[in-house]
Design a binder for this molecule. Structure first.
Ligand SMILES: CC(C)(COP(=O)(O)OP(=O)(O)OC[C@H]1O[C@@H](n2cnc3c(N)ncnc32)[C@H](O)[C@@H]1OP(=O)(O)O)[C@@H](O)C(=O)NCCC(=O)NCCS
Length: 199
């Protein structure tokens, strides 16, 4: 298999059908984390679409990152999960670098995600250059759901240099696939009532 990255300790590749079992199992471990409650089938589908990147650490399956590269060139990180046993070994930071290289190649100028303040991600994202661009009260884990954003190197080539805040926060809620349909509908209605329109 061709690896996107291999430093002899960490190897990163586009997830294949054979990675599904591990990815699903890890996702289930973090189900009580705000954004990890997704139907099993959606992970299978996202693997088939090439949206999930898997990685290992020595011989251990280490985790996955589920991303999208949409037509508006703002890439979304849906989930990043590193096996608990392997936390604080720079696996997450290494994988984010690999993801950003892919995002740059795909022409993305910005990257964003939503993360609850009561998860380790809250301390992690600022260390890889993400800035807070918005927050809302959390549902499952209380605290706040922060929207983190980062400009990628393509943003330098744009005629008007965007700000991190140009990565609109409402979008991540409307498209958030890990919340239930009814919750999403309520959020959409609230957004429309507030007169905030998507672009
Ligand atoms: C968040 C997560 C991906 C971080 O992965 P990781 O491989 O442990 O991260 P790294 O080792 O690259 O950490 C880089 C830096 O981020 C910070 N950091 C990461 N995890 C941290 C934690 N639990 N507590 C405090 N700081 C943390 C530290 O500054 C760390 O550097 P240091 O270890 O030299 O101090 C991992 O903890 C995880 O999968 N958590 C469960 C799922 C989750 O919360 N995902 C993000 C949801 S949005």
């Amino acid at each position: 298999m061709k690896h996107l990255y291999d430093d002899k300790t960490i190897r990163v590749w586009i997830a294949q059908d054979s990675d599904y079992k591990f990815i699903l199992q890890l996702c289930k471990q973090y189900r009580d984390f705000e954004f990890f409650y997704v139907p099993d089938e959606s992970l299978k589908y996202e693997i088939q679409k090439g949206n999930i990147i898997a990685f290992d650490y020595n011989v251990f399956e280490a985790g996955y990152i589920w991303v999208t590269f949409p037509k508006n060139f703002k890439s979304r990180i849906n989930q990043l999960a590193v096996d608990r046993e392997l936390w604080r070994k720079k696996v997450g930071s290494t994988v984010i670098k690999v993801y950003e290289q892919l995002a740059n190649k795909a022409g993305m100028w910005g990257s964003y995600l939503t993360c609850n303040t009561n998860t380790p991600g809250n301390d992690f994202w600022p260390t890889v250059g993400y800035k807070e661009i918005g927050r809302k009260e959390g549902l499952h884990r209380k605290g706040f759901n922060l929207i983190w954003g980062k400009l990628l190197s393509n943003s330098n080539n744009l005629l008007f240099k965007p700000m991190v805040t140009d990565i609109k926060s409402v979008e991540s809620y409307v498209n958030q696939s890990s919340i239930s349909v009814s919750v999403r509908r309520k959020k959409e209605e609230a957004i429309i009532q507030q007169g905030i329109f998507l672009f």
